[in-house]
Design a protein around this ligand. Structure first.
Ligand SMILES: [Zn+2]
Length: 456
């Protein structure tokens, strides 16, 4: 009895000292990251190069520029060719609220992929659509359809609120065109009321007439809705010069930090390098791309040993077709010499990290939850099951552990896909906590083999 007690006591002591050592390592990683803030310096540089819309020269130039940075840091880099669609916003996108001879300009932006209006624009009466359920009973023949479905402010997760309203953006043109509308304007998917319109991808179907599609700022959507109530015959004029061009080639950027014992096993950290072109994509997803780079940098500069290869992937064109992620997943599947065991994505902005969403087996999720006390001092405590990221989800199979970084999301949809998504919207400390969280996560998962063992 006494022996058992002594054994348990000494095991508990070892456990505590290991726990303390792990906590000290976490402290070291977070301290180093916050002291240096190297990732934020790179993010500032990246945003200084301009927007990175897929297919644009700037997107490719940004990749080539940072490939050199990564080479100089001693990572093994390579480019992977990705064919991407090429849609160009054009020099003009304007909308006016017209009442008789009075015209008031509204803040508007074309949705990504929209066809242009005829030269000189188009003008028509407007039908407001408060929900998809209301659509059935409405006559849209010859009219401009106005989807005015706000993001539900009662949701705690703004991501869910976005999800509940985003159908008007991707399906609005198809649904309105089926009912005879000549154009569609939607309320921007934003959680605040202001004059900044938010773009994003939309879709057409081959058998439905393609009509121009645009987003009004939330301020103008409210104004239009209010004015329509007193003047149902008002008109909206829309003039957009966007156009489709031939597809072009761009790249995924890949950088490896080779593992010492199992270099063929890959732990992937990622973000997407393309952005919308109204802002400079500081949060979406410059922050995620730089979280990945700073993770590699911290592991290397702090000489943290990894058994497995840590790989950065900057995916091209998440926003407009996931082309880069699909190309990468195909090549990963075809390569029998490598095995992806863990894939991590940051695509929720550069705000304070709150947790991780984990797409893995229950035993792995509960093992990860055992580490919660190590992350808690840094405000990272929400470990939830399911959902990781759109890009790494292409790698999903029965064995890989997929993890998404989950930052605070209350401000994300104020800037997302708008001209407000610039470096001034990113706080250096909040952003840096994300990189430190991923570096600590990679270190401990690799050390404790927190993935399914490879088959011999
Ligand atoms: Zn994104």
């Amino acid at each position: 009895m006494k022996k058992t007690f002594t054994l348990l006591f000494s095991l508990a002591l070892i456990g505590t000292s290991l726990g303390q050592k792990d906590a000290a390592k976490f402290r070291e990683i977070y301290s180093q990251a916050l002291t240096e803030q190297q990732g934020f310096a790179w993010l500032t540089e990246l945003c200084g190069l301009g927007p990175r819309f897929a297919g644009s020269e700037q997107a490719t130039e940004s990749i080539l520029y940072f490939q050199e940075v990564m080479d100089s840091l001693g990572f093994e880099t390579r480019l992977q060719a990705v064919k991407v669609p090429r849609w160009v916003r054009g020099p003009q996108e304007k909308a006016w609220l017209v009442q008789g001879i009075d015209q008031a300009e509204m803040a508007v932006t074309a949705l990504g992929g929209s066809v242009p209006t005829p030269n000189g624009g188009l003008k028509a009466e407007v039908v407001e659509i408060p929900s998809f359920e209301a659509l059935d009973s409405l006559n849209l023949e010859g009219k401009i359809a106005f989807f005015n479905i706000p993001m539900d402010p009662s949701f705690i997760s703004t991501g869910y609120a976005y999800g509940s309203a985003v159908k008007q953006r991707w399906a609005g043109a198809m649904e309105a065109s089926k009912k005879g509308a000549i154009a569609v304007v939607i309320r921007s998917l934003s959680s605040s009321i202001n004059k900044y319109p938010h773009t994003g991808s939309m879709a057409y179907a081959d058998d439905i007439k393609k009509i121009p599609a645009a987003a009004l700022s939330t301020y103008d959507a409210e104004l239009l809705s209010k004015t329509l109530k007193s003047d149902p015959e008002l008109q909206v004029k829309l003039d957009m010069r966007c156009e489709w061009k031939d597809s072009v080639y761009s790249y995924n950027l890949i950088a490896d930090l080779k593992g010492s014992e199992k270099p063929e096993e890959i732990i992937l950290v990622s973000g997407h390098i393309d952005s919308w072109e109204l802002g400079t994509g500081a949060h979406d997803d410059g922050a995620g791309a730089m979280h990945a780079l700073e993770t590699l940098y911290l592991i290397k500069s702090m000489q943290i040993p990894l058994k497995r290869t840590l790989r950065l992937v900057w995916f091209m064109n998440e926003e407009f077709g996931l082309n880069g992620a699909r190309v990468y997943a195909r090549s990963a599947k075809a390569n029998s010499k490598e095995k992806h065991v863990i894939a991590i994505e940051s695509d929720g902005g550069g705000f304070t990290p709150k947790g991780l969403s984990i797409d893995a087996s229950d035993p792995i999720i509960s093992q990860l939850k055992n580490y919660r006390s190590l992350f808690e001092p840094y405000g990272v405590y929400q470990f939830s099951k399911g959902g990781s990221g759109a890009d790494i989800n292409q790698l999903k199979n029965d064995e890989i552990v997929l993890i998404g970084l989950r930052p605070d999301n209350h401000r994300y949809f104020e800037v997302h896909h708008s001209a407000l998504d610039n470096i001034s919207a990113v706080n250096a400390r909040e952003f840096t906590l994300g990189s430190a969280t991923l570096a600590a996560l990679v270190w401990i998962m690799d050390r404790d083999d927190l993935c399914l063992p490879s088959k011999p």
